[in-house]
Design a binder for this molecule. Structure first.
Ligand code: MGD
Ligand code: MGD
Ligand code: SF4
Ligand code: MO
Length: 829
């Protein structure tokens, strides 16, 4: 049996001991005790808002959970133990504009009282996926699950238990950010060395832009300062309601809005310029813009020199020339305040134009950004900017016009507006959901660096993206490392090879939580086949989702209003604290409660801190240098105070120094390491801005003879992914899934408005209603996102998507598929 680590020891190594903790947070512990004793403690502050209109009502502070990009703070109004309505929470006066909810927020009470909620644990009775269930008790459920996990670990090692999650909740107690960054799952996974199967969605951006390049965007409200806003493969009007208000404000001040999207979205409708790009080609557009900007003298050379990696000299092996190349030993630098990790200083070498000699960066008066130089050891090196420019010289405006199917003069006009700035790029996933999308984020970084559209008001490389905004002590929920940590979409590979890289992985138990992967991941068909091969599957969710349908045991989780938690990803510049407004309905239990029961059964209950309260555990997670400095702790958050995220304390702008480890904006990756290393080859071009056409949905693909249409989708106004799939009010507005198809493509196929159609490729098919529109580029169709299997006439549109991943970044590729559409003759549902 794998060793179960001693949690007391592990906690000591984080500097958090139970005794020390209680000493310093006595008040918080008392507060938490009051909640635990059943006296739900409403917040004085929230009561002061206009949400509490009637006597006998109590107001609790919570937020919309789930992965809509806004996560609005909410007042939850409770009367006689029932949630009767929600209202937008009050923000501090100066930030009152953040106070808003959308229809999905206002209808949350319908989700709480949704008759289709999972109410009690259930065991499968028929075949997997057949939908036959029997009610069982919690005792039976825990007994059965622990009875599978224990022997699995004993006989097959910790990696034989896999936790598969996505973005259902970022709660530090119950969520699954990055698969293991929560108390419930992190402590268990790292104690037994289990396998983490994480999300693939958004990883082109998360891995390349946030992790490798270290970049994040300015707070959304800073968009109001822009002169040019680019909705680049995004639809802020519907997917980022908080960002959109600032786009409107900027436009009122004369800013121009440009939308680059094959679909004429709500955001496009408000735009000053609309570029209906061919899907998957944005990278080529960016590289051509880079050349145009350079050739037309539109670069900000001072910014390139002073704020970016442009002047760093590059050796033949692709790494920077550093002082260690001249025998100077690297030294230890300051500790990173966000992560607590030590840093190493090995200064880079540049060419000083002023002295005509090489120099340590810090001592150079005027580092050269262009050119090739012979160094003192005879080495001949180019600057990083020169290396990059040489590598992209093929990309002319004419070439991009052809690849992207856009008029050359429009690209030139856009490039000029972009370069002039300040430009706020509101990009999310439109150019992140193809197999090779991750390159786009280097390309975007390049044009950003060239034009200085970064680190100042109105200039941002992306819309504020949430996952890593707040500072959390990951060591509080990690006693070590997971046995394996990879992307869930590698499940078929793992089931086939019974290993990951060199680590054996004979998966016996699969635990699905915080995600609806069999609805929302790409490659659904292959994933279902892989899940079928796992001997024992558990799914913990609020609803009977497409994923839960394939489990052996389903466990009911409470709605967010029934739990206390802290959410580490906060897109508005305020930290998210969820107060428990009502007790969990039915027999629901939080992930943390469930994992505590299982751990106890396995004789490892102490990993959850001997009965520590939720508040105490939250406080451990908040124990970081950054939070201490900002005075952020559980006591303060649970008092109902709206506390600004440290990242945006007193500012809306992210500077290069705050954002990158080099203190400079990067558009080049010195040491590219794949997200999931299984011994694959890493190509040299992973360092460079680069364009690689889509894997399947590219124009020249011979498969287009059979499947001529390129697929994509949208984040729907009436869904948060698959959440809200059955919310009655929302389904009144949008009763069924639809396929958007251009009028010319529809007419070629004899399809009329409202006809039922069959959309298909070699992987799968779905039957659904057609929306015939001019609002989508000919040759492109858009599938719905978030509807569940039983909501289609037949099939599932997610079956059309592809399991193929880019080995470097292993991101999902929802938009990288080809298909054909025909009229469905099988009649209406
Ligand atoms: N209402 C609602 N809001 C949400 C969510 C939700 O589920 N519902 N989810 C949240 C999450 S997790 C995310 S990641 C964000 C996503 O936020 P966005 O990316 O802003 O949302 P999408 O609607 O997916 O917009 C993507 C757009 O990209 C376009 N597109 C497709 N292919 C290409 C391409 O190759 N190039 C370009 N330039 N455009 C292309 C699509 O037509 C679509 O209009 O939304 C967040 N907000
Ligand atoms: N075709 C297509 N597919 C897409 C996209 C697209 O644009 N087109 N977008 C992709 C993107 S950007 C994303 S981010 C993904 C999102 O993919 P998912 O994260 O899988 O989507 P959700 O539907 O939000 O699933 C979250 C699930 O977690 C559950 N949940 C909520 N809170 C808790 C909790 O505390 N504990 C547990 N155990 N469960 C909880 C919810 O009830 C819900 O069923 O979808 C991706 N899929
Ligand atoms: S769904 Fe998104 S925009 Fe709507 S209320 Fe919830 S967090 Fe806010
Ligand atoms: Mo996402």
């Amino acid at each position: 049996m794998s060793e179960v680590k001693d949690p007391t020891k592990a906690l000591e190594s984080t500097g958090i001991t139970r005794r020390g903790f209680l000493k310093t947070t006595g008040a918080a512990a008392l507060g938490a005790g009051a909640v635990a004793m059943g006296g739900l403690a409403p917040m004085a502050k929230a009561e002061a808002t206009d949400a509490a209109a009637t006597e006998g009502e109590t107001v609790f502070h919570s937020a919309c959970r789930g992965n809509c990009g806004s996560k609005c703070h909410m007042d939850v109004v409770v009367r006689e133990g029932k949630v009767v309505r929600v209202a937008a929470a009050q923000y501090p006066e100066e930030d009152a504009r953040w106070r808003r909810l959308c229809v999905k927020g206002y209808t949350q009470p319908q989700r709480v009282y949704d008759p289709d909620r999972l109410k009690y644990p259930m065991r499968r009775t028929g075949e997997r996926g057949e939908g036959q269930w029997e009610r069982i008790s919690w005792d039976e459920a825990i007994e059965e699950i622990a009875g599978k996990i224990g022997p699995a670990i004993k006989d097959h090692g910790g990696t034989s238990v896999g936790v598969w999650s996505s973005y259902g909740s970022y709660g530090v107690l119950n969520g699954a950010q990055a698969g293991y960054m929560s108390m419930a799952y992190g402590r268990f996974i790292t104690s037994v060395g289990a396998t983490v199967l994480g999300a693939g969605a958004d990883y082109a951006q998360i891995y390349e832009q946030m992790l490798l390049l270290g970049q994040s965007g300015n707070s959304f409200d800073d968009a109001a300062n822009a002169k040019c806003i680019v909705s680049w493969g995004g639809n802020p009007a519907e997917a980022y309601v908080h960002g959109w208000q600032f786009v409107c404000q900027a436009r009122e001040n004369g800013a121009k809005l440009i939308t680059i999207d094959p679909q004429f979205t709500a955001s496009a409708a408000h735009s000053d310029m609309y570029l209906p790009i061919r899907p998957g080609t944005d990278g080529a557009l960016m590289l051509a813009m880079a050349n145009y900007i350079r050739e037309n003298g539109l670069t900000d050379d001072d910014f390139l020199r002073e704020k970016t990696v442009a002047p760093f000299l590059v050796k033949d092996d692709g790494t920077y020339v550093r002082m260690s190349n001249y025998g100077v030993e690297p030294t230890q630098g300051p500790t990173n305040p966000m992560t607590g990790m030590p840093t190493v200083v090995d200064p880079v070498v540049v060419w000083d134009e002023e002295t005509g000699a090489q120099s340590v960066l810090a001592n150079a008066s005027k580092p050269a950004i262009l050119g090739e130089y012979t160094l003192s050891d005879g080495r001949v090196c180019k600057t990083c900017y020169q290396v990059v420019l040489d590598s992209i010289s093929d990309y002319t405006i004419e070439k991009a016009a052809e690849i992207c199917d856009l008029p050359a003069e429009d690209i030139e006009k856009f490039a000029r507006m972009y370069a002039e700035g300040p430009t706020y790029v509101m990009t999310f996933q439109g150019f992140g959901h193809h197999v090779n999308s991750h390159h786009n984020f280097k390309n975007l970084a390049l044009i950003t660096a060239m034009t200085g559209n970064f680190g100042k008001p109105g200039a941002s490389i992306c819309g504020n993206t949430s996952p890593f905004n707040s500072s959390t002590n990951s060591r509080a929920y990690m006693y070590g490392k997971p046995g394996i940590s990879t992307t869930g979409m590698y499940l078929p590979k793992i089931m086939e090879e019974k290993k990951w890289g060199k680590t054996p992985c004979d998966l016996q138990v699969l635990w699905c939580c915080n995600g609806n992967m069999l609805s929302c991941e790409s490659g659904r068909k292959d994933l279902i086949e892989a899940v079928k091969k796992v001997p024992f599957v558990v799914c913990a969710d609020v609803n009977m989702t497409d994923t839960a349908q394939w489990a052996d045991i389903v466990l009911p989780i409470p709605h967010v209003f029934e739990t206390e938690d802290f959410d580490g990803g906060c897109p508005t510049p305020y930290l998210m604290y969820h107060q428990k407004a009502i007790d969990p309905l039915y027999e629901c239990k939080t992930d943390l409660e469930i994992m505590r029961l299982i751990a106890e059964k396995l004789g490892m209950g102490k990993i959850y801190g001997d009965g520590m309260s939720e508040g105490e555990l939250i406080d451990q997670v908040l124990n970081t240098e950054v939070n201490k400095k900002a005075g952020i702790d559980y006591e303060r958050l649970s008092s109902g105070e709206m506390v600004r995220t440290p990242l945006y304390a007193g500012t809306t702008v992210v500077t290069p120094a705050a954002s990158t480890e080099a203190g400079r904006l990067k558009f080049y990756i010195e040491k590219p390491a794949p997200r999931n290393n299984f011994g694959q080859e890493v190509h040299d071009y992973e360092r460079l801005p680069y364009y690689e056409h889509a894997n399947e949905a590219y124009w020249e693909n011979p498969l287009r003879d059979k499947y001529p249409l390129m697929g994509c989708s949208q984040h729907n106004k009436y869904h948060v992914h698959s959440q809200c799939a059955y919310t009655p009010v929302l389904r009144e507005i949008e009763p069924e899934p639809t396929l958007k198809i251009n009028a010319s493509d529809a007419s070629d196929r004899g399809i009329a408005q409202g006809d039922y159609v069959r959309v298909y490729n070699d992987r799968g098919y779905a039957v659904l209603k057609a929306v015939v529109t001019e609002g989508i580029k000919p040759g492109v169709v858009s599938i719905p996102h978030g509807f569940q299997a039983d909501q289609f006439v037949e099939g599932h549109t997610q079956d059309l998507t592809n399991i193929v991943m880019n080995d470097f970044c292993s991101n999902s590729s929802f938009y990288d598929f080809l298909c054909e559409v025909e009229k469905y003759e099988g009649g209406e549902r």
